[in-house]
Design a protein around this ligand. Structure first.
Ligand SMILES: C[S@@+](CC[C@H](N)C(=O)[O-])C[C@H]1O[C@@H](n2cnc3c(N)ncnc32)[C@H](O)[C@@H]1O
Length: 244
């Protein structure tokens, strides 16, 4: 089983333990970037869409949304949310590094640590090449990366959070490669513990800029922000890049 497959049933409850749905915290930034840099965009791919909150919010605003995720259990939750909302959302079960959307999208979005889950050294270049293949000429890619403050505050030590009927325990360790691994243990009263592993590579801004330039995606905007505490130290970079 892959990353998030076992965590999927508890993911939303776990995420809500920290505050509102993450999509609520970033939606206006994402739609703002689309409006500013590609106002004509209609078909939008959400890469690593997970349980589909952002995809549903974008579909509600009239975008034609394509959900892409490599975890079938996460995708199944997104499918249920779209159906319950009465929204026609296309679902693609794929690793975003291998993506080649046909027809291509006008824009792609990718938020909430997904780009940092590309952990091999060549993964960022591979993913950006896939985005380039999957966008129409002039298409826009809006994506987030974690800044060092996010790793200092959220990706170290151990933490236990209640999520529905479960306790979700995360233990972090930094590997010699610089990749940070979270071992996730899900404890429920009447089932055996479930285990999942989520790994992240803390891509630097310089690495992102270099990879964009090498993949013929032109940077049009870069902003730093803190989605959890707007006045706090920035934890995220938001990038907008145009396919040449
Ligand atoms: C933290 S969740 C984020 C979900 C969503 N973007 C959100 O804002 O709630 C990360 C998701 O990215 C997916 N993911 C990670 N790496 C991926 C890859 N290489 N290709 C496709 N999906 C990926 C995982 O399966 C998981 O569902």
């Amino acid at each position: 089983m892959g990353s998030y497959d076992r965590f999927a049933p508890w993911f939303d409850a776990w995420q809500r333990a920290f505050g509102p749905p993450y999509a609520d915290l970033v939606l206006s930034r994402v739609t703002g970037a689309l409006a500013a840099h590609h106002p004509g965009a209609r078909r939008v791919a959400d890469l690593g869409a997970g349980t589909g909150d952002l995809a549903v919010a974008l579909a509600r605003r009239g975008f034609e949304v394509v959900v892409v995720d490599r975890s079938p259990p996460m995708l199944a939750i997104a499918r249920t949310k779209a159906r319950d909302a009465g929204l026609a959302i296309e679902l693609v079960s794929a690793d975003l590094r291998d993506l080649a959307l046909a027809p291509p999208a006008d824009a792609a979005v990718c938020v909430y640590t997904v780009v940092n889950q590309l952990v091999e050294e060549t993964d960022l270049a591979r993913a950006l090449a896939a985005v380039h293949r999957s966008l129409a000429p002039g298409g826009l890619f809006v994506f987030e990366t974690n800044l060092p403050a996010a790793y200092d505050r959220l990706w170290q030590g151990e933490e236990t959070v209640r999520a529905g009927d479960a306790e979700v325990h995360r233990a972090h360790r930094r590997l010699p490669s610089g990749v940070i691994e979270a071992q996730v243990t899900i404890r429920t009263p009447d089932r055996a513990d479930e285990h999942d592993t989520i790994a992240q590579r803390p891509w630097s801004d310089a690495e992102v800029e270099h990879a964009l330039a090498a993949t013929h995606l032109t940077l049009v905007a870069h902003d730093e922000f803190n989605p959890f505490t707007p006045d706090g130290v920035p934890m995220k970079s938001l990038w907008s890049a145009r396919r040449i």
